[in-house]
Ligand binder design. Structure first.
Ligand code: COA
Length: 322
């Protein structure tokens, strides 16, 4: 028997410390107006020294568990999307399992850069459909601030820290309607982050910071997200006008506006967190989805399109009925 993967809870965590564009203008040669006009970002949250992807994931997960009103022991699968795990192993999912005190469960991380949460939701959907899992905790948690070169004005303005969580449960009621995920490994040079400790010896001199050719990434992102919108609509029996909410990856306001236009949607149908969070990589769509649910914009029965694009390149979409 197949099941729907239905959302039963959402949660979020943002670190207390806020770094504004003004703060950045004292660190590198930039201005608030340059950053805001090019990106739509005004401030971002920065994790404290003792915070980790797993500790932030715990806060977001506890909120989702509380909203769902379930016992954490019912969770039988945890998937954490992150590129900034505290340890190479154990995975952040295992560290989170331990923090939540869940005895019996399967946990693993998924790394697909900024598309990580979309990948994780797609995987969770497959496991619920096949009956392998009944209650799945999907988390995106990122400490981008630790892989950003704070002296590089072309990248440090973009990223922030945070965690978002979604609890999915097997149900007879429609939930995730379709997912599409893709990757193309031909774009490594446009956006990457070295791991100097385990890099080939010849490459170990490269610092472990995000390297990006922003302008070129921008162009590919706009084209690719346009295609994913077409693909998602073609694969479902839905029209553009059936989509109530767009929950996009929060990387750049101009990329988001181009996708909304492609869907014929007004910007007030788009859940935006970019201005005060920046790009939180794999956490971004889950943070935005949580915000839309908790402030009452996203209502039960409405259709939501979540989409993301990231290093790899990776990209994908999740179409769901809330
Ligand atoms: N403040 C002021 N000037 C800056 C700056 C900053 N923070 N960062 C770059 N500049 C300068 C550049 O040095 C360049 O100067 P030059 O013309 O004298 O050489 C000029 O601004 C234009 O740089 P460019 O990179 O072409 O700007 P842009 O319009 O493409 O905007 C980004 C840069 C990064 C905002 C934009 O490319 C972007 O958002 N790309 C997508 C990135 C992204 O989303 N990545 C994550 C994908 S998941």
């Amino acid at each position: 028997m197949t099941h729907w993967a239905t959302v039963i809870g959402t949660g979020a965590y943002l670190p207390e410390m806020i770094r504004t564009n003004h703060d950045l203008s004292e660190m590198v040669d930039t201005t608030d107006s340059w950053i805001f006009e090019r990106t739509g970002i005004k401030s971002r949250h920065i994790a404290a020294a003792d915070e980790t992807a797993a500790s932030m994931a715990e806060h977001a997960s506890r909120q989702a568990i509380e909203m769902a009103a379930i016992d954490a022991q019912e969770i039988d699968l945890i998937i954490v999307a992150t590129s900034t795990s505290e340890r190479i192993y154990p995975s952040s999912a295992c560290l989170l399992q331990q923090r939540l005190g869940i005895q019996k469960c399967v946990g693993f991380d998924i790394q697909a850069a900024c598309s990580g949460a979309v990948y994780a939701l797609s995987i969770a959907d497959q496991y619920i459909k096949t009956g392998f899992a009944k209650t799945v905790l999907v988390v995106g948690s990122e400490i981008c601030s630790r892989i950003v070169d704070w002296s590089d004005r072309s990248t440090c303005i973009l990223f922030g820290d945070g965690a978002g969580a979604v609890l999915l449960s097997a149900s007879d009621r429609p939930g995730i309607l379709a997912t599409h995920i893709h990757s193309d490994g031909g774009y490594e040079d446009l956006l990457y982050c070295p791991n100097p400790q385990v890099a080939a010896v010849a490459k170990q001199s490269e610092p472990g910071f995000i390297q990006m050719r922003g302008n070129e990434v921008f162009k590919v992102a706009v084209n690719t997200l346009g295609r994913i919108v077409d693909e998602t609509l073609e694969a479902s029996d839905l029209q553009q006008s059936d989509i109530d909410w767009l929950v996009p990856h929060q990387a750049n306001m101009r990329i988001i506006a181009a996708t909304a236009k492609k869907l014929g949607m007004d910007m007030d149908q788009v859940i935006l967190t970019l201005e005060h969070q920046g790009n939180t990589s794999a956490a971004s769509v889950l943070l935005a989805f949580n915000e839309g649910v908790r402030d009452g914009r996203i209502q039960r029965g409405q259709i939501v399109l979540i989409e993301a694009f990231g290093a790899g390149f990776t990209w994908g979409s999740v179409l769901l009925k809330y």
